[in-house]
Design a protein around this ligand. Structure first.
Ligand SMILES: Cc1cc2nc3c(=O)[nH]c(=O)nc-3n(C[C@H](O)[C@H](O)[C@H](O)COP(=O)(O)OP(=O)(O)OC[C@H]3O[C@@H](n4cnc5c(N)ncnc54)[C@H](O)[C@@H]3O)c2cc1C
Ligand SMILES: *[C@@H]1O[C@H](CO)[C@@H](O)[C@H](O)[C@H]1NC(C)=O
Ligand SMILES: *[C@@H]1O[C@H](CO)[C@@H](O)[C@H](O)[C@H]1NC(C)=O
Ligand SMILES: *[C@@H]1O[C@H](CO)[C@@H](O)[C@H](O)[C@H]1NC(C)=O
Ligand SMILES: *[C@@H]1O[C@H](CO)[C@@H](O)[C@H](O)[C@H]1NC(C)=O
Ligand SMILES: *[C@@H]1O[C@H](CO)[C@@H](O)[C@H](O)[C@H]1NC(C)=O
Ligand SMILES: *[C@@H]1O[C@H](CO)[C@@H](O)[C@H](O)[C@H]1NC(C)=O
Ligand SMILES: *[C@@H]1O[C@H](CO)[C@@H](O)[C@H](O)[C@H]1NC(C)=O
Length: 598
């Protein structure tokens, strides 16, 4: 499995005419491709690799950042928290000051290398609920987005893989619902001392039932976390899709270090503009290159990059574009609107643990060195961990006063309002990281948010960051759910199971007892789970709202599709990478079908 591009090229020798990684646009072998894919993250990596399985088509994947290869911190799961923000592998976006968060502006990083955010993310593997997908099918009028229709695609993505410690995982995951031959390895973490307390809590308190596997469409309950990790190393769309496509001498060309600045209209068909040209540059002052796609341009620049590029290309709210000095070509007012994300807040506890926690990696350099040696020798030990030990998914009662007026925002009765992340160490808070001590963090996230934000343009300079406003807690339902979530996390921590382990609450929640106090701490310490979606939403064919059709073609255009997290009309109650892989795998099928029918 440890194929590298270099070894592939070395074996193939001079016969290689296909499938190469280019770092300089001037060296591209051609200026016309069948498909040009913009952005090498989850959406783009999957689509480019899948299309390249058909030898009839030439594909170019263009990525702004560098290759993922040989970057050790990208491979080592536990180092994920150090990959963002403000590293050579990230876009360093910042939100606007958030009124709902006491005016704080949050760091809002995205991955900027092959694999996109899947090369810097925290690897959690969650599909979401049956209701999440059935709601998307309903609002788009396309049954192909329903849970039952997508299950075969979900399985086709995965290879269920043993955890690094190779233990028997019976009862910790349900193999029957997972794939065995897909590009993304999914595994449990090594056994952690803290696991037993979570599981005992689910036995002691009936409102925290244990559920074997949250990926079966009914996620409610407490489960072990599954992650995109193979044998202790990160698995991303780069390692799972892009590198294997290159190694297989497919028809894929990959161009890195190239920032796409605009999608160009190259013609029209019955009055509908065709967007077949892609302009890019290696730096703000560098020369601009153009390639054409004879079949399709696929925009996969992510939930922040995609709406920015659409607007820069004249696709968006026409009067807004005009006010920015951009010539409007297609009037789609929903471009950049409906931004949704999951806010998260951490209840941190001091613990009296005789075993190490992930804190020890930070506080004990001897331990850290030992563990690094173990990871390098065998892929095992504490560096093989992604953040978090268990996920708990819960609903507020149907008659909760939190819903009065606005109604229940969840996708349906199998879908949670709240996620609790049981995390074995200090994290998830803007507070300074303490130099000593062992901690437990219960991160609570609102996974059915009602707030809606936006992505707009700061300027017409494609190298300028867009204006990103997730508008956290602009809906009162969301702050109500978060307040109840914090109380739920406290009930969890109050289970007898934790009695000898948890000493007391740490930090600002310690003195927060009234609802008003709790809400004040929430506003003061909420961060993002890094799940922006919804800025190029799907809507039914023929609708006057939405940005893309249910087949992900951009409304009012020809030859242009969006395949990334921006197309979700509602954010799934899940970490968003698996849902985005699912969208992208179905997109690849739809694109190949369209090519056959054309
Ligand atoms: C820090 C962090 C932690 C996360 N943790 C998790 C987790 O544990 N589990 C989970 O499920 N999800 C997680 N996510 C979210 C998940 O990674 C994303 O939902 C997913 O990657 C979205 O896929 P995408 O294709 O929409 O965008 P991305 O994967 O971000 O890909 C977009 C790509 O487009 C490129 N691009 C953008 N603009 C341009 C341009 N103009 N020209 C050329 N290329 C461009 C980018 O560089 C990037 O490679 C996390 C995200 C982050 C940032
Ligand atoms: C993000 O910040 C890091 C560290 O300062 C820098 O190396 C990187 O180039 C920045 N990313 C972008 C897109 O500017
Ligand atoms: C792309 O297509 C347009 C319209 O047909 C044409 O004018 C342009 O020269 C083409 N560019 C390249 C690089 O082939
Ligand atoms: C389009 O943009 C204009 C100007 O910013 C704004 O007033 C208008 O409400 C927007 N239209 C829609 C439908 O969002
Ligand atoms: C920590 O646990 C040990 C026994 O394991 C006990 O002796 C000690 O008093 C505990 N400390 C605190 C602060 O609870
Ligand atoms: C630090 O780690 C080493 C190696 O595991 C261990 O022997 C030592 O007891 C640890 N020190 C503390 C203070 O926990
Ligand atoms: C796991 O990784 C280790 C080294 O990191 C290697 O020795 C071992 O063969 C790998 N196992 C598998 C199944 O790939
Ligand atoms: C808000 O955060 C600041 C800085 O972390 C802290 O000093 C202050 O006490 C906090 N306020 C509340 C209400 O938690």
């Amino acid at each position: 499995m440890k194929w590298t591009l270099l070894s592939a090229l070395a074996i193939a020798g001079p016969r290689v005419v296909h499938a190469a990684l280019y770092t300089d646009p001037a060296s591209l072998p051609r200026t016309t491709y069948d498909y040009v894919v913009v952005g090498g993250g989850v959406g783009g990596g999957v689509v480019a690799a899948r299309l390249s399985e058909d030898p009839r088509y030439r594909i170019l994947l263009i990525e702004a950042g560098p290759s993922n290869e040989g970057i050790l911190p990208v491979e080592i799961p536990l180092l994920c928290t150090r990959l963002s923000p403000n590293t050579p592998y990230t876009w360093n976006f910042t939100t606007t000051p958030q009124a709902g968060l006491d005016g704080r502006a949050l760091a809002y990083p995205r991955g900027r290398l092959l694999g996109g955010s899947s090369s810097v993310n925290y690897m959690a593997w969650t599909r979401g609920s049956r209701d999440d997908y059935d709601r998307i099918a309903k609002v788009t009028g396309d049954i192909g987005w329903s849970w039952d229709a997508l299950v075969p695609i979900m399985k086709s993505i995965e290879t269920l893989t043993p955890p690094p410690d190779g233990r028997n995982t019976v009862g910790e995951i349900d193999p029957s619902i997972h794939g065995t031959n897909g590009p993304i390895s999914v595994s449990l973490h090594m056994a952690l001392p803290v696991d037993k307390y979570s599981i005992e809590t689910s036995q002691e308190l009936s409102n925290f039932p244990y559920t074997v596997d949250y990926n079966d469409g009914k996620p409610l309950g407490v489960s072990y976390i599954q992650a995109a990790i193979r044998n202790g190393s990160r698995v991303s769309s780069a390692t799972g899709y892009i590198q294997p496509a290159l190694a297989a001498h497919s028809t894929l060309d990959v161009l890195v270090n190239s920032h796409v600045v605009k999608i160009l209209q190259t013609g029209s068909s019955k009055g509908v503009p065709i967007f077949g040209g892609v302009q890019f540059a290696t730096s703000a002052n560098g020369p601009i290159f153009t390639v054409n796609a004879t079949r399709e341009v696929i925009l996969s620049a992510g939930s922040l990059g995609t709406p920015q590029l659409l607007m820069l290309s004249g696709i968006g709210n026409s009067s807004y574009l005009q006010s920015m000095g951009i010539k409007p070509l297609v009037n789609l007012p929903d471009v950049g609107q409906h931004l949704q994300d999951h806010p998260s807040v951490a209840n941190v506890f001091n613990v009296n643990s005789s075993d190490p926690t992930t804190d020890d990696i930070r506080t004990n350099s001897t331990f850290a060195a030992e563990q690094m040696a173990e990871w390098q020798a065998s892929g095992q030990g504490w560096y093989s961990l992604s953040p978090g030990a268990q996920f708990g998914y819960f609903r507020l009662p149907n008659n909760s006063p939190v819903f009065s007026g606005a109604g229940d925002p969840s996708a349906g009765p199998s879908s949670p309002h709240v996620e609790i992340i049981v995390s074995d160490g200090f994290g998830g808070t803007p507070q300074a990281i303490p130099a000593t001590g062992r901690y437990l963090s219960l991160l609570t996230a609102v996974v059915s948010p009602s707030s809606r934000g936006s992505v707009t343009l700061a300027s017409t300079d494609p190298f300028a960051d867009p204006v990103v406003d997730p508008n956290f807690f602009s809906s009162s339902v969301d702050i109500g759910i978060m307040r109840e979530a914090v109380k739920t996390a406290r009930q969890f921590a109050a289970a007898p199971a934790w009695k000898s382990y948890i000493v007391n609450e740490y930090g600002p929640f310690q003195s927060a007892q009234t609802d008003a106090d709790i809400e004040a701490v929430i506003r003061n310490s909420t961060l993002t789970v890094f799940h922006p979606v919804g800025t190029a939403v799907m809507a039914p064919f023929g609708s006057t709202h939405g940005v893309v059709n249910p087949d992900l073609t951009v409304k009012g255009t020809k030859g242009l599709r969006v395949v990334d997290a921006s197309v979700f009309p509602f954010i799934p109650a899940a970490h968003t990478q698996a849902p985005t892989y699912i969208v992208a795998e179905r997109a690849a099928i739809l694109i190949r079908l369209a090519a056959i029918l054309s």
